[in-house]
Design a binder for this molecule. Structure first.
Ligand SMILES: [Zn+2]
Ligand SMILES: [Zn+2]
Length: 101
């Protein structure tokens, strides 16, 4: 199979997954809430929350509040109902130089 030509013609763009708030412009390399353990689902620090069914992205509210209390997570500047950032994972294009190293 000849895949070389195809690859050479491709623009190398690398997608990087970061976390951003939908309400304000805050962004994180990874979600700060993961630094604390979750009292809701007993996920340890560094582990994502365990949801009963596929839930998509997110952490339990109590975990967010604990992360905020411990100073890992700031309160959202935008007017959200509980002061938590409405975070979601997004893909951004990384600078191409990074991909070539
Ligand atoms: Zn949890
Ligand atoms: Zn926010």
């Amino acid at each position: 199979m000849k895949t070389r030509e195809k690859r050479a013609g491709q623009r190398s763009a690398v997608l990087l997954h970061i976390v951003a708030c939908k309400a304000c412009s805050a962004e994180w390399q990874s979600d700060p809430a993961i630094r604390v353990a979750c009292s809701e689902c007993k996920a340890e620090a560094g582990q994502p929350c365990r949801w009963q069914r596929p839930h998509g992205y997110g952490f339990h509210m109590r975990r967010d509040l604990l992360a905020m209390r411990e100073g890992h997570l700031s309160a959202c500047d935008a007017l959200t109902w509980d002061g938590r950032h409405s975070r979601h994972a997004i893909a951004v294009t990384a600078p191409v130089q990074l991909a070539l190293i």
